[in-house]
Design a protein around this ligand. Structure first.
Ligand code: NDP
Length: 446
């Protein structure tokens, strides 16, 4: 697309979607990559494909009333943004976090279009969630909230239409309550309507581990392209939720040493390497805070109210949330000799940070490529549900590894093809875009 057309479109996106900075940030990055296509694809411009892609196919906002343990009525807001179904049913997680608003869900849904395309699997892009905060709530409160959320959401989801999964604040407990209510309302055991299910009721082995494993595998592939690997490296990881825990596990399996983990209260630095069993016990069993780690591990120190980017490492894996790694953090990592950064979270590095990494020739893998392992394994869960089958851990992990290696290869090949060798952002955006754009062209104006 030509530069003037892109500038005009971006101005229009800003005007039509006011006060949604995260959505603007995500669109801006993709549009910047599409500039590199120049006038090579007039067919996309003629059909106004990019303009269509920036407008969600459907946005649903709804009230979620529920009663807390004190008998008080609480009101939250629910969202589902069905962004693009050119390649398959809308697919993307649900996020329960007090920071959730329409702009956040739109940024996540927009990113999901390209990410899902990159997996090579038949899934469109969507995202949803609520400003509900599961932290500090009892299981009963979480259940009542999930049931109320599903009373509205069930109308829009299904195996062939829209398939939600987990994200921040939505793990196996929440998916269980959501699926139970969906089954009850619809009177159908439609396993393919939600992913991230428990292993005894339609879930897939490796889905829990997939996003974190995939991010570490992607980092390893980036390093392998420079004839090195994760083996023997020191790695900083942010977050201590689903993605972070399994990123640490895979880093250790590949011979690296993850030395940090964090949550919104601060980070721990354990120079001997994070004790994963202890971390899992604190976070998965006890739903505790990261500071508890140093009560058991004397080799570790806790740094409150901070992210782990001042720790000298070879590789950084931001796995917590958007815009958690700023330009100033990137400069610290670069100064300390970081070689590679792979995003386990969605858009954790802000624009200045990405620019700093790319200008310093640090290998930088954007989330829509590096964290695609989660949604890819969700699509594998859907395949198993459709076959009424369940695959072994080893087979499913092998499929995940192949998918991550393919994504890595496609990013590099596409970046090269469009004149930006080694630029994973460019490669991911253009490769993801073209597949969706070609399908949209085939469908005509719909
Ligand atoms: P979890 O809820 O399991 O964990 C989130 C972690 O990030 C927690 O440690 C949390 O700390 C921390 N965190 C969240 N918000 C903030 C904040 N504002 N500041 C500092 N720390 C914060 O979520 P996931 O691990 O599933 O998701 C993490 C990231 O990965 C998100 O960006 C998500 O979109 C992305 N992702 C997840 C996928 C998945 O399969 N789960 C798939 C692809 C991407 P605290 O508990 O203190 O809030």
């Amino acid at each position: 697309m030509l530069d003037e057309a892109i500038d005009k479109l971006y101005s229009k996106v800003l005007k039509r979607n006011p006060a949604e900075p995260e959505f603007h940030q995500a669109v801006k990055e993709v549009l910047a990559s599409l500039r590199a296509m120049g006038d090579r694809h007039p067919e996309y411009a003629d059909a106004r494909i990019v303009s269509q892609m920036c407008e969600p196919e459907r946005q649903i906002i709804f009230r979620v009333p529920w009663i807390d343990d004190n008998g008080v009525i609480q009101i939250n807001r629910g969202f589902r943004v069905e962004f693009n179904s050119a390649l398959g049913p809308y697919k993307g997680g649900l996020r329960f976090h007090p920071s959730v608003n329409l702009g956040i869900i739109k940024f996540l849904g927009f990113e999901q279009i390209f990410k899902n395309s990159l997996t090579g699997l038949p899934i469109g892009g969507g995202k949803g969630g609520s400003d509900f905060d599961p932290r500090g709530k009892s299981d009963d409160e979480v259940m009542r909230f999930c049931q109320s959320f599903m009373i509205e959401l069930y109308r829009y989801i299904g195996e062939y239409s829209d398939v939600p999964a987990g994200d921040i604040g939505v793990g196996s407990r929440e998916i269980g309550y959501l699926f139970g209510q969906f089954k009850r309302i619809t009177n159908r055991y439609e396993s393919g309507a939600l992913t991230g299910k428990g292993l005894t009721w339609g879930g897939s082995l490796v889905r829990t581990e997939a996003t974190g494993y995939g991010a570490a595998i992607f980092a390893n592939e980036m390093l392998k392209s420079k004839n090195t690997s994760l083996d023997g490296t020191t790695v900083s990881v942010s977050g201590s939720g689903n993605v972070a825990i399994y990123a640490i596990e895979k880093v250790h399996q590949l011979g690296g040493k993850a030395v940090t983990a964090s949550d919104s209260s601060g980070y721990v630095y354990d120079k001997q390497g994070i004790d994963l069993e202890l971390l899992k016990d604190i976070k998965l069993n006890r739903r505790g805070r990261i500071g508890e780690y140093v009560e058991t591990r004397t080799s570790a120190r806790f740094v409150p109210n901070n992210c782990p980017w001042d720790v000298p490492v070879d590789v950084a894996l931001p796995c917590a949330t958007q815009n958690e790694l700023l330009g100033s953090d990137a400069k610290k990592l670069i100064k300390n000799g970081v070689q590679a950064v792979a995003e386990g979270a969605n858009m954790p590095c802000n624009e200045e940070a990405v620019e700093a990494f790319q200008n310093s020739e640090v290998l930088y893998g954007p989330g829509k490529a590096a964290n695609a392992g989660g949604v890819a394994t969700s699509a594998l869960e859907m395949q198993q549900n459709a076959q009424r089958d369940s695959w072994s851990f080893d087979y499913t992990e092998e499929r995940l590894t192949q998918i991550m290696q393919n994504i890595h290869r496609r990013c590099l090949e596409t970046a090269e093809e469009y004149g930006h060798p080694g630029d994973y952002v460019m490669g991911a955006n253009i490769a993801g875009f073209r597949k969706v754009a070609d399908a949209m062209l085939a469908f005509g104006v719909v």
